[in-house]
Design a protein around this ligand. Structure first.
Ligand code: SAM
Length: 293
């Protein structure tokens, strides 16, 4: 067992040098992890997408900034500020970075900083925690065996149509972020592009006071949100296409591949889920193929 599980006291007083990506709450302030608090309390330097939000979070949890620098690093100043952060890492400092909410890099800044730190040979460490994508998947009631986090859809109509056509084909639960102003038109576009009978969920204000999850088909959701002034933060999830007939040849090909490393039962489950087919049907084919071999 990992020896740190269950320890309530701060594990470290001085952090090893490196870049620490710290996940922060998406609503409920107490969703911060104990390890995230340790890191925020002991990093030599702090950097944040929104320095005021991080200071506020630290105040709530009684963590003093002291005389440590707190540097703003976001989409608009990344190019200019990154060299300074990399210099601090090269000096052997521990640097904690938090985005405004949730997990850095997930529809948030951090990717370029992480890449550059890795290229320069620095340690990059995750302090995992809340993320709206996984919180939404957890409550959506949609299959969680395979999912695609697609982020924010492009706002321009043409780009959005191409983007929806591409992700609509993926045999996985789709997870999308969208602003409340655009959620109604997104649901209409999703129903038109992916098919109105697909199961979906709209998760609003997760972990907050007015948390709300609406589960229905895309057609029903588009109708429900059509005349509604929606507020708050939103994740939209869509089930994979169901009932579309994959041809027998592709089912057999997928099964042969899966049977190389799995039992008949597991191969059938995996292929049925991937192709959106009834498991019993695929299991019969898997039995036949395995008997032939
Ligand atoms: N890094 C964050 C994460 O790990 O989820 C996401 C940051 S992204 C800029 C903000 C978007 O995440 C919002 O527009 C919304 O789609 C989603 N989001 C964030 N907090 C949420 C919440 N409490 N409930 C529902 N969606 C949320």
């Amino acid at each position: 067992m990992n020896s740190t599980i269950g320890e309530a006291k701060p594990i470290v007083s001085a952090l090893a040098p490196g870049l620490y990506f710290v996940a922060t709450p998406i609503g409920a302030a107490r969703d911060i992890t104990l390890r995230a608090l340790d890191i925020l309390a002991s990093a030599d330097v702090l950097a944040a997408e929104d320095t005021r939000s991080l200071r506020h979070l630290m105040d709530i949890h009684g963590i003093a900034l002291g005389d440590r620098p707190l540097i703003a690093y976001h989409d608009h100043n990344g190019e200019a500020v990154r060299p300074r952060l990399l210099r601090l890492l090269a000096e052997g400092k521990s640097l904690a970075y938090a985005s405004e909410a949730g997990t850095p890099l997930v529809a948030d800044p951090g990717y370029q900083l992480g890449r550059a730190a890795i290229e320069e040979g620095h340690k990059v460490i995750a302090a995992p925690g809340p993320s709206a994508a996984l919180a939404a998947l957890t409550v959506s009631g949609l299959p969680s065996d395979r999912f695609l986090f697609a982020g924010f859809p492009p706002p321009a109509a043409g780009a959005r149509a191409r983007w929806l056509a591409e992700i609509g084909e993926v045999p996985a639960t789709l997870i999308l972020y969208e602003s409340p102003k655009r959620v109604s038109s997104l649901l209409t576009d999703l129903a038109a592009s992916l098919g109105g009978d697909r199961q979906a969920a709209v998760c609003r204000e997760l972990t907050k006071r007015f948390e709300e999850v609406t589960r229905a088909t895309l057609d029903e959701l588009a109708a429900a949100f059509a005349d509604r002034a929606v507020k708050g933060e939103i994740v939209v999830l869509v089930d994979r296409a169901r009932g579309r007939k994959a041809d027998a040849e592709s089912v057999e090909e997928a099964l042969r591949k899966a049977l190389k490393s799995m039992s008949v039962k597991d191969a059938a489950s995996e292929v049925a889920a991937a192709l959106g087919l009834p498991r019993r049907e695929v299991y019969q084919t898997a039995l036949k193929l395995s008997a032939e071999e």
